[in-house]
Ligand binder design. Structure first.
Ligand code: NAG
Ligand code: NAG
Ligand code: NAG
Ligand code: NAG
Ligand code: NAG
Length: 605
């Protein structure tokens, strides 16, 4: 398959994109490409972090493709990372939080598959939370030819990291700058990989620009009942390298419309947040600058990796993928620094890929998500996708794009889901009141959909919270997600199917048709697996003639969707911190359009 991929690339002469494709020297055509995966932690795209990374621009964006519509599906580290390395959404891995158990994944994830496909595999940096100096060997993470992991409780300590290499005991790097430590290890692994003479996969996972977190106590047997103050009390802005501390003295968080708005926005606990005062805003601006400063060492690391690949004369046969686990907000919607929300700041994230066959200086508008990245890596490695993947390979080359266009396979939707709390970071994010932690988002469990299809004028975010509050935003007219279009007060979903006399509100009528479709689609995506995640409309329309919201909006389907809403809608029985199916309402629609049509023709409805 690798050969045919290259064969296609050699023939790729169509479209303007092809003009800028890197030419492959013939001697390299036989070799499988190397893949370097650079993974940062909590890096936004919406707040402009990439604008402050000149070397990422020089080495990756100008030489590769920026995937401008890439999303994480669960906006917190471990669920996002497990999705990255397994190609499955969190509701299919049941890794829904930053605490173990992570069982059942160690033998069945990307490095294991790459090794069996002939790759040597390397990893340096942060793998997961609660991968600690005590449990690092019980068991060792499988699938790595060589590894050198950051370990808790030192993972987020920029100046006091502890790492653990292969089967060796942990080593402290007290006083050294974490990103520089990881960079040296990455360069070393490239030397080692070249010496082995196999094609290689290397992940370099930095902690930047995550907050600095001093050592904290946590009871791994009962993590959710560990005292939150012991964790939150030690979360401070990221620490830049000494050489970057002076940078960007005037820079502030972009003052977008959703920046600390005068009116509350969002729903549930977000809507109850008080406006931030000037002391907090000043602190948050400093927090934002610290993030940009901390990213400078990552910027240098990227350039160092590129230089190293050049030095070994393998840059042209290496894909470099740059992304992060989840995004970040600071002061938008009055939120303290943090993630875990479904807002664009938290879920829309950087993805850049450069390498053989990938257009340079190009921006791709293909909609993609983290569940697509394991499939994409296997595709780049010339290996077959796994049938149980919830995602599919992102079209990265001109020939992939053409194939995707012809098959009509790539969707317009991203499944978004979350279980648990919305934890504020930084010194004003929470306070202790009578020994109890206050100020964090309770009831932050939700299911959501992000739909982007500009050709049909769709740019929507639809969400149902565990409190059964609904949100619908039109990001074309309202990029800051300040105007919830869902009718208020929230009607029970089944009443959506009733006629206009019950809900005469104009806005409601305008959005009714869309809401019925979006809710039905979310019913599918929130419980989907494999093919039903990749092609969720086909569950509702098995004939395959509907694969977008625009298709589904056809008048012919009005009564079908009204009947779906009467039978089943997305709802929760209560707010829980994890994935307990019984609390999450209907798991399926129960009938499809074809069955419905037959039943209605027989007069059974
Ligand atoms: C590093 O961590 C150790 C163990 O918690 C602690 O004793 C030491 O003071 C820390 N050093 C720095 C520079 O934070
Ligand atoms: C601003 O808000 C923070 C956090 O709520 C509070 O601790 C501080 O006292 C407030 N400052 C002023 C000047 O009101
Ligand atoms: C979203 O807003 C745009 C721009 O105002 C408008 O053209 C479009 O019809 C709106 N879409 C929906 C679904 O309301
Ligand atoms: C969280 O949701 C539960 C219902 O599941 C409700 O009883 C509780 O009041 C909610 N808490 C907040 C802070 O909204
Ligand atoms: C997810 O894991 C939790 C805790 O281990 C368990 O209670 C729950 O039933 C699991 N959910 C599903 C859907 O398997």
């Amino acid at each position: 398959m690798a050969r045919s991929l290259y064969g296609l690339l050699a023939l790729a002469t169509f479209s303007a994109v092809a003009a800028s494709i890197h030419q492959q020297p013939l001697s390299r055509v036989k070799e499988k490409p190397n893949i370097v995966f650079i993974l940062t932690d909590d890096q936004d795209i919406e707040l402009g972090s990439l604008d402050y990374m000149p070397l990422v621009h020089k080495d990756l964006i100008n030489e590769g493709t920026l995937f401008n519509r890439h999303y994480c599906t669960t906006a917190i580290c471990c669920p996002a990372r497990v999705t990255l390395w397994t190609g499955k959404n969190a509701h299919n891995t049941n890794v829904t939080d930053i605490f173990p158990p992570y069982e059942g994944h160690n033998e069945n994830y990307l490095p294991v598959w790459l090794q069996s496909g002939g790759y040597s595999t390397f990893y340096t940096g942060k793998l997961f939370n609660t991968h600690t100096t005590d449990n690092y060997n019980a068991p060792y993470p499988a699938g790595w030819t060589a590894s050198d992991f950051l370990l808790d409780p030192f993972t987020y300590q920029y100046l006091n990291a502890t790492t653990q290499r292969n089967r060796d005991p942990p080593v402290s790097w007290e006083g050294h700058y974490t990103t520089d430590v990881i960079a040296e290890k990455a360069y070393g692994f490239i030397d080692d990989a070249v010496a082995l003479d196999d094609s290689f996969f290397l992940t370099v996972a930095t902690v930047a620009p995550h907050s600095n977190v001093a050592a904290f106590e946590i009871d791994l047997d009962d993590p959710l009942n560990s005292p939150l103050d012991s964790i939150l009390g030690v979360v401070t802005p990221p620490i830049p390298a000494e050489r970057h501390k002076h940078l960007f003295p005037e820079v502030k968080i972009p003052r977008t419309k959703n920046f600390n708005p005068d009116k509350p926005s969002g729903a549930s606990w977000v809507k109850a947040l008080p406006q931030l005062n000037s002391t907090v805003i000043e602190y948050n601006d400093g927090f934002y600058r610290a993030r940009l400063q901390a990213l400078q060492a990552v910027d240098e690391l990227v350039d160092g990796v590129v230089s190293k690949l050049k030095e070994h004369n393998i840059l042209d046969n290496t894909y470099i993928i740059y992304t992060t686990d989840n995004g970040y907000h600071i002061s938008q919607h009055r939120l303290h620094p943090g993630k875990e929300c479904g807002f664009e700041e938290d879920i829309h994230i950087p993805l850049i890929i450069r390498g053989p066959g990938i257009a340079s200086g190009h921006t791709s508008n293909v909609v993609s998500a983290h569940a697509d990245l394991s499939p994409t890596v296997l595709h780049l490695a010339g290996l077959d996708p796994r049938p149980d993947f919830d995602g599919s390979a992102i079209p990265v080359t001109a020939s992939d794009l053409l194939a995707a266009k012809e098959s009509g396979e790539r969707g317009e939707h991203v499944n978004v889901e979350f279980w648990g709390l919305g934890l504020p970071e930084g010194k004003y994010g929470f306070s202790l009141d009578d020994g109890k932690v206050v100020g964090f988002g309770e009831n932050n469990t939700y299911k959501a959909l992000r739909i982007i299809n500009p050709a049909h004028g769709h740019n929507l975010y639809y969400s149902v919270r565990c409190t059964n509050e609904h949100e619908l935003y039109n990001l074309t007219s309202d990029p800051g997600q300040l105007h919830n279009l869902y009718p208020h007060p929230y009607p029970h979903q089944s009443s959506l199917s009733y006629s206009s006399e019950r809900h005469p509100h104009h806005r409601y009528q305008h959005h009714l048709k869309r809401i019925l479709r979006l809710d039905a689609l979310l019913l599918i995506t929130k419980s989907c697996a494999g093919i039903t995640c990749r092609a969720p409309w086909s569950v509702l329309h098995p004939q395959g003639n509907v694969n977008s919201l625009a298709n589904a909006l056809a008048e012919d389907y009005d009564s079908f969707y009204a009947d779906v809403a009467e039978t089943a809608s997305v709802r929760f029985d209560k707010c829980l911190l994890g994935y307990i199916k019984e609390a999450e309402g209907p798991q399926s629609v129960g009938f499809d359009f074809d069955q419905w049509l037959i039943a209605s023709q027989r007069g059974e409805l």
